[in-house]
Design a protein around this ligand. Sequence first.
Ligand code: BTN
Length: 265
Amino acid sequence: MNRGEPIDQLLLTELLVKPGSLWRRVDVVASTGSTNADLAQKARHGAESGSVLVTGFQSAGRGRLGRSWVAPAESSIALSLLVRPDQVASWRWTWLPLLTGLAVVEGLRRAADVPAMLKWPNDVLVRERKLAGILAERVETPSGPACVVGIGLNVSLAEDELPVPTATSLQLAGAATTNRNTLIATILRAFALIYQQWESSDDDAAFGAAYIARCATIGRQVKVVLAADSEVTGTAEAIDGDGRLVVRTAAGRRTFGAADIVHLR
Ligand SMILES: O=C(O)CCCC[C@@H]1SC[C@@H]2NC(=O)N[C@@H]21
């Protein structure tokens, strides 16, 4: 295993926390249970929008739909960021997880030169294998609702370290860099750019178009796996105005807000 350089709090602070930047502070811890859980707790105690928490190892990482997120120590990135989109109508918050996926894709393309794409809603794939996952959670705090967005990225995992055979890592994908400080800084800069545009414009159609341009799901035959052990197959046709997936099935069009998607062909 290539453990790589340490994640450096001072360097990341220098790169990201500047006047006018979205980022207010970056904390790095050697290991923790879940950065999402920790940052949610900090948010309840008043942490400001633009706080970031990063670690190289989580012992209780959380995944989407109640799953866990597992990655070996020091060969991955687990980070969470806190935003308080006070100025954004709450019905538009459904875009945040999708826009985070878009930011991770753009950041990875820029920093690591890999052909990253999205599987709706926000799995980041390279050549159809999962490289990164995103979990956005709404948190109620004394100063109003906030959102903790977690990003888990497989950096230097070898084939035999992958949690599932359908996963991959930047190293396995032939990335131009596996430097975790470079990757974190580039992803967070991409997030800040997209987030600030989203905060200051309600043109969700434009965000939808940018998202679709990087989404490998649209136009594909898909299996939609629903929570209650049921599945639907059809053609993924569109993303609606709330970021939900529209699928044409034999029984007509159906819209999904949360589900697991399998790309069939
Ligand atoms: O694909 C998924 O299921 C989402 C995985 C999200 C994992 C990240 S790692 C950093 C943050 N902290 C967590 O506990 N989970 C997210």
